[in-house]
Write a protein that binds this ligand. Structure first.
Ligand code: GUN
Ligand code: ZN
Length: 433
């Protein structure tokens, strides 16, 4: 039996960075018809109710139904060390991150953290995450097993490191290749899961390991590849010392076959003109992690300039370098970073980044990230009056954007009125007839 969700609806017919807010279609009393895990119709509530009298109705009232949030760069193993005080990137990795990632050598602990991560992500309306794991193959198994149990579309890969990390968190070039290849064979394309080839970043891989990762990607070109790029100035100077022959940071990746359209480059803040041109030429995905960039003190991503030159950009929490599991909070931080660079991002752009933009960077925009016909029914329902502070601000709204913006800026998991995963309610949906 089909399910009919009623409420305000928001979907995109284009890119609001190019077309303005008119790229979004808002229905004040809309409906989404879901059957067999897919979106099979959208439109005015009256029309869809009349056309589908047999459907089970879920009336969300004034809440806003949109595509589930897509977090394009997260470290699920860092769930328990989120909000750790006082360090910049390299010290933060050594003081907090590496000791915690070491604990995921225990497969039982890895399962516990993976389950905790997905429960938190779903509570915040995130229905797809592209995560780093740890160097331990069992950390990849844990993530995929917990995603599969929840019916989620999810992505991860073994995080490869063979230098500049403590003993116990280092593999070798050969082990990185072999373990990654075995995990890829086990998980890639199973249910809604995708394997991502994952060299952590240039400083923690030898040239031999980067070469091995490039060879693995060449052998599996349908896989995504994810890493970090130009997050902090100290990191960039370190890369220059480690790879003196490279023209710049991106050139390290390119010289080992790690630059391509299916490449995801987290942070990408301090880019040279040459790097921007190369990223654009290959159609790579840049992933903006604004709460991380302010929390670790990394810098201000050039959203306006990068989108204007046609770069592909997704949005992400970067938990636990990022300080939140919430893509609403992440949109708020993207807005604040934009303001510090002199460009106020429109709510239509912020919501697009958290859904369509991330989906496009992950090459999944034909399946998730929008209320399109035939797309997978991963949905979030937003209560636009979830706290007294938000409700009193939204009460004055004359447009959907004015109604939504207080939730973007001040909302958290209390704003999540419903989550649907693959066409089924993740929490009990309100029933009515
Ligand atoms: N660069 C390399 N590893 C990491 C990480 O775990 N988090 C962040 N924010 N940057 C990184
Ligand atoms: Zn990261």
């Amino acid at each position: 039996m089909p399910d009919l969700l009623l409420g305000q609806t928001l979907r995109y017919t284009g890119d609001p960075f190019l077309e303005g807010p008119g790229a979004a279609h808002h229905e004040r009393r809309g409906a989404v018809l879901v059957e067999g895990g897919r979106i099979v119709a959208t439109g005015p509530a009256d029309q869809l109710r009349a056309a589908h009298p047999q459907a089970r109705v879920h009336d969300y009232g004034q809440a806003l139904i949109c595509a589930g949030f897509i977090d394009a760069h997260v470290h699920y193993p860092q769930t328990a060390i989120i909000a750790s005080w006082g360090k910049r990137l390299i010290d933060w990795l050594n003081a907090y991150t590496f000791p915690e990632e070491m604990r995921l050598a225990d497969p039982v602990y890895a399962r516990t953290i993976a389950a905790r991560y997905f429960d938190l992500a779903l509570a915040h309306g995130t229905t797809t995450a592209c995560s780093f794991a740890t160097i331990h193959p069992a950390s990849v198994d844990a993530f995929f097993t917990e995603a599969q149990a929840r019916g989620l579309r999810a992505l991860t890969g073994k995080t490869c490191m063979d230098r500049n990390a403590p003993a116990g968190l280092r593999d070798t070039a050969q082990a990185a290749y072999d373990d990654s290849a075995a995990l890829l064979a086990r998980w890639h394309g199973v249910d809604r899961l995708g394997y991502v080839i994952t060299p952590r970043f240039a400083p923690t891989s030898t040239p031999a390991q980067l070469d091995a990762m490039g060879a693995l990607w060449a052998a599996h070109p349908d896989c995504l590849m994810q890493t970090h790029l130009s997050e902090q100035t100290e990191e960039i100077a370190w890369v220059r010392d480690l790879f003196p022959q490279a023209r710049d940071y991106l050139d390290v990746y390119e010289s080992f076959g790690l630059l391509g359209a299916r490449g995801l480059y987290g942070h990408a803040i301090h880019l040279t003109t040459r790097e921007r041109a190369r990223l654009h030429a290959v159609g790579a995905g840049l992933v903006h992690c604004p709460t991380s960039n302010t929390f670790i003190g990394s810098g201000l991503f050039d959203m306006d300039g990068l989108r204007a030159e046609g770069q592909i950009v997704g949005l992400a929490t970067d938990t636990g370098g990022g300080s939140s599991f919430s893509m609403l909070r992440t949109m708020a931080a993207a807005y604040e970073v934009g303001q510090l660079r002199g460009r106020a991002l429109h709510p239509a752009e912020l919501m697009w980044l958290a859904t369509c933009g991330s989906a496009r960077a992950l090459h999944l925009d034909d399946r998730i990230g929008n209320l399109g016909l035939g797309m997978e029914a991963d949905l979030v329902v937003l209560d636009l009056a979830s706290t007294p502070a938000i409700a009193q601000a939204a009460a004055r709204a004359e447009t959907v954007w004015e109604a939504l913006f207080p939730t973007i800026m001040m909302g958290d998991d209390r704003a999540i009125a419903g989550v649907w995963v693959n066409g089924a309610p993740y929490r009990p949906a309100p029933q009515s007839t």
